[in-house]
Design a protein around this ligand. Structure first.
Ligand code: AMP
Length: 405
């Protein structure tokens, strides 16, 4: 069901509380805190622009970091207000109090189209506890509640879920709308062939996603360290690759389900292997590729997919009408082990006929580092939220918004 969005709501002259994701990285420079990546702020600009056009009185709220209920200058949203003003070309007021008389007075004084940003919601321990009194205080600031923070929607916190009970009109913003369209609709009703690429470190982290996508995909390509747990389950030698022996049963069950459903389930046929690997220092000893079909010898560790796998997977990706990618094919943070992941990024970007979806987390970094971010259909802004949504979980921050009539 489609959710009510800001397009559907009458907002003229109404105080509109918008939950956004402004959890941006900050660096200290000469005693001041400087934003090092403002992507998350830029991503809210379309929603803010439309709200201003509709005459809303905009009250933005967000969390930053993990202050555990204590106010501190390092995790203040004050620098975000400055950057948002620069990016939007509009003055942005800041309330040093998140709730209470100061915030209420500032919210009440807003004129149509004006913007106020509230201080970090997590300066109150009640936020993460989804405390109803705190949620009601947030609700008191506004006539309308909009959730546009997809990256925080898997948490039932006061500003992402609880507050909705205390505001009559509710909807989602444009960013959330796009997330639901691509990670939700485009995956649930995928144009076929639907090719899914999953990678990353652990089967245990991704098994629910694998299980859910086995009901929808035509082909699943498994890379990253996850592939070695599957190889282990199939009785293959994996050397000292990162594996989860306690997930062997789970891996076998997924393989059985793939067979029963007729889903093509492909593991790497060759790998890049090394003897020494230091993740902290980002160094590896000189490596080599295994021959297609060969197992990983004792004392060696698989850290990337090999060229034959890249060739086979590129061909699969090229035939797809929908592609979903979550998780790197290897230890892409280390240059020598990043070739496979970047090749996957290139292959996904090269298929301009398909809806291509980058499902959050490290694959987003990989697509950006490969320089192909503008060649895919959609890049999810959520990490944990994207994964939970793809698992088929109901996100509290979405569930609290009504469906369209
Ligand atoms: P995830 O957060 O589960 O998507 O996992 C991402 C992490 O998996 C990245 O930090 C990668 O370095 C790591 N990874 C991918 N392939 C391997 C591998 N073959 N061995 C060890 N770690 C890997």
């Amino acid at each position: 069901m489609a959710k009510v969005t800001i397009r559907d709501l009458e907002l003229n002259g109404l105080r509109t509380l918008v939950r956004v994701d402004y959890n941006v990285p900050l660096d200290e420079k000469d005693g001041a805190y400087v934003i090092t990546d403002d992507t998350r702020i830029r991503e809210t600009l379309p929603t803010i622009k439309l709200l201003r056009e509709k005459g809303a009185r905009i009250i933005l709220c967000a969390h930053m970091g993990r202050p555990k209920g204590k106010k501190n200058v390092k995790e203040s949203l004050a620098p975000v207000a400055v950057r948002l003003a620069e990016l939007s070309g509009t003055p942005v007021q800041f309330s040093e109090e998140t709730v209470g008389p100061v915030a209420e007075a500032k919210a009440a004084a807003l004129k149509d189209g004006e913007i106020l940003l509230l201080e970090n919601t997590r300066f109150h321990a009640e936020e993460e506890k989804n405390d109803p009194v705190f949620a009601a205080q947030l609700g008191k600031l506004a006539d309308v509640y909009i959730n546009d923070a997809f990256g925080a929607a898997h948490r039932a916190h006061a500003s992402t879920e609880g507050v909705a009970k205390f505001v009559k009109e509710k909807g989602i913003g444009l960013l959330m709308e796009r997330e639901l369209k691509f990670l939700g609709d485009a995956v649930a009703h995928a144009q076929k062939p639907f090719v899914v690429i999953l990678g990353g470190a652990k089967v245990s982290d991704k098994i629910k996603v694998i299980d859910s996508l086995l009901d929808k995909a035509d082909t699943i390509l498994i890379g990253g360290a996850m592939a070695y747990t599957f190889a282990l389950a199939l009785g293959k030698k994996v050397g000292k690759s990162l594996v989860e022996p306690d997930q062997v049963g789970t891996a076998l069950a997924a393989l059985d389900k793939a067979k029963a459903k007729g889903v093509k389930f492909l593991l790497p046929v060759d790998n890049y292997i090394v003897e020494e690997f230091d993740f902290a220092k980002k160094t590896v000893s000189p490596g080599r590729y295994t021959n297609p079909g060969d197992q990983i010898p004792d004392g060696w560790e698989g850290v990337d997919i090999g060229p034959e796998t890249v060739k086979l997977w590129t061909a699969e990706i090229a035939t797809a009408k929908t592609v979903l990618w979550n998780g790197p094919a290897g230890v892409f943070e280390v240059k020598e082990c990043a070739k496979g992941t970047f090749a996957i990024a290139e292959a996904v970007a090269a298929n301009r006929e398909a809806v291509t979806i980058i499902g959050g987390g490290d694959s987003v970094k990989a697509v950006k580092r490969a320089g192909v971010a503008d060649k895919v259909s959609f890049i999810s802004t959520g990490g944990g939220a994207s994964l939970e949504f793809l698992e088929g979980a109901v996100l509290p921050g979405v569930a609290c918004i009504p469906d369209k009539a």
